[in-house]
Design a protein around this ligand. Sequence first.
Ligand SMILES: *Cc1c(COP(=O)(O)O)cnc(C)c1O
Length: 218
Amino acid sequence: MTIASRIESIRLTLPPSTRLIAVSKQVSSDYIRQAYRAGVRDFAESKLQEAISKQQELKDLPDISWHFIGHLQANKARKVLESFDLIHALDSLKLAQRLDRLAAELEINPQVLLQVKVVPDPDKFGWDTDELLADIPALVNCKQLKIQGLMTILPQGLSAGEKLAAFEKTGDLAQIIENSSSLCLPHLSMGMSNDYPLAIRAGATLIRVGTGIFGERI
Ligand SMILES: *Cc1c(COP(=O)(O)O)cnc(C)c1O
């Protein structure tokens, strides 16, 4: 199957409220161009240096939105702010406060999502549900940031039913936060190649698909 035909078959399953983000980490800029020609405008990377060199190679495609989905290291935060349209994996209050300060210096209002672990997972970054609820007032005070929603990555080994429940829990959590704070959280970034149909059923607005578009990464 070609990149274009994989994209087309995913598209056929998307409701109008869900945007397809092509995860292009470890994928050449030639493949990114193929996806672009098939109509994709959102691409996600998880490593800063790799992303920057591809952005250079693709400068002639000005209407791409770049998403940062990796763990954000404090010392790279400024460069990430300058190079991406949406940061999916903001994962601690400390980092949020740092981004807020940097954004003020740069005079920008970066769009970010909060990474939450609705299923406990010691191997991943992000807030547990209770920790996130406790940090919301301080996050609201990060006035420079445009907090747009929640992002989640599920642990390995869940059944389809458990995955669906976890995605629904993520949506419920966004609702709880909206009802109890001034934040407005329209976006849910959830679902990858092997589980995006479940994420869509649970209301994902952004799905992050890598291998399902580009094939296995080497
Ligand atoms: C790599 C990655 C994806 C894409 O995974 P696939 O299984 O290739 O679709 C999605 N989200 C994040 C955060 C990733 O790191």
